[in-house]
Write a protein that binds this ligand. Structure first.
Ligand code: ATP
Ligand code: MG
Length: 376
């Protein structure tokens, strides 16, 4: 197992002040998007110019960040009215955008081609349209492609990237290496040869591939597919170079991965898996956020308990039963948490309580930001 030897931040506050790239990842529904936004608020309050790339934010959070559907939400929008954040030249700024995989892919094609005609040959191809909009893995790759675009633009002190749930997060980490692998694959190499060379070659794998596509989807798709891969050949060196750059950037010391989990056993299991993948892949692991922790209720005094246990059925008895259930749940969560803290070893672990209301406005994000980085 290759251990990542890069610098580990002492706290999430440290990561927020010094990293150039922060990636939140973890199981589904644990608060990755919320944490990404709250870390963005914390960074802005620390005086940095930060952009948060969100994936499918909950409707009300999107509204709070000024991300209305459709309205160029995949371009950075400035988030106004953050309490305690001034608007002087030395004050931080929070910007947000919603990741749109298809338009990121289109942007990449425009950037890698030399003219509109070459770009259109790819963009108008039905196979390209299907791949860029639905292929498993394309979405993950585009998330980090966008991250790279924003990081290299030089406009931001910090880029924070939210990710889809954990199984996909691993895909995301491996996406650049997979793209390089794909471009080197014999099927791909054969498909992208010139027409005449292609006719001469009897590459069994490529023939099988085309035969399968023809059977499944008909001859037109075969032509479109071959045409697509040929048109891609022009931009292949650019794509390969870009994927290699992204792969290096994700492992650089300026990047930091924050694993978000809940204290539930299955979420912790997934988080453990993810932490292993981060360490094995040599990605800088910067911290763990355990969100949605139930508060531990005050224990009942022994004499009260003696009285309460003899209660007849009724609201008070229900309340005692609820109190006991909550105590058991909170205790079980703390046991699960201990396992995660062990796993984290030397990286900071921050616990966030389950709040009474959803985090859906900027004030809620400021509260979470304070809990995350211990401001004030
Ligand atoms: N500490 C908290 N207390 C109360 N509600 C919270 C807390 N953290 C997040 N939430 C709420 O939980 C819901 C899910 O949060 P969020 O969308 O950030 O999760 P996610 O991990 O990004 O989900 P997905 O895997 O679907 O992308 C949201 O409605 C959010 O407001
Ligand atoms: Mg999310």
């Amino acid at each position: 197992m290759t251990r990542n030897m890069s610098r580990v931040p002492d706290s999430l506050g440290d990561a927020v002040r010094t990293s150039e790239l922060l990636v939140t990842c973890g199981p589904g529904g644990v608060g990755k998007t919320t944490t990404a936004a709250a870390l963005g608020v914390a960074a802005a309050l620390a005086g940095r110019r930060v952009v948060v790339v969100t994936v499918d934010p909950a409707r009300r959070l999107a509204d709070a960040l000024g991300l209305e559907e459709g309205a160029a939400a995949d371009e950075p929008h400035r988030v106004d009215d953050i309490p305690d954040l001034g608007d002087g030249p030395d004050d931080g700024e929070l910007w947000a955008l919603m990741l749109d995989a298809a338009s990121t892919f289109d942007r990449l094609v425009h950037e890698q081609t030399t003219g509109e005609q070459q770009a259109r040959a790819i963009l108008d191809n039905p196979v390209y349209q299907a791949i860029s909009r639905s292929l498993a893995g394309a979405h993950e790759y585009m998330a980090i492609e966008r991250l790279h675009q924003l990081h290299t633009s030089g406009e931001w002190d910090l880029v924070i990237v939210d990710t889809p749930p954990s199984r996909h997060a691993i895909d995301l980490l491996e996406a650049p290496d997979r793209l390089v692998g794909f471009l080197s694959h014999p099927v791909y190499r054969t498909l992208t040869m010139g027409q005449r060379a292609f006719a001469k070659v009897t590459n069994a794998a490529a023939t099988m591939f085309l035969w399968a596509v023809r059977r499944l989807a008909g001859p037109q798709i075969v032509e479109d597919t071959v045409e697509f891969f040929r048109s891609l050949a022009n931009i292949e060196p650019g794509l390969r170079h870009r994927a290699e750059e992204v792969s290096v950037l994700l492992r650089d010391d300026v990047s930091s991965f924050v694993v978000v989990s809940s204290p539930r056993a299955e979420a912790i299991g997934e988080s453990e898996h993810l932490v292993g993948a981060l360490r094995d892949g040599g990605f800088p692991f910067g911290g763990v956020v355990v969100n949605l922790i139930h508060p531990m209720p005050e224990p009942l005094a022994a004499k009260d308990r003696a009285v309460l246990e003899d209660l007849d059925d009724g609201p008070l008895a229900d309340h005692v039963a609820w109190h006991d259930e909550l105590s058991q749940l909170a205790t079980a969560e703390r046991e699960e948490l201990a396992a995660l803290a062990d796993l984290a070893e030397d990286v900071p672990v921050v616990e966030l309580p389950l709040l009474a209301v959803d985090v859906h406005d900027v004030e809620g994000l400021v509260d979470l930001a304070d809990l995350l980085v211990g401001r004030g």
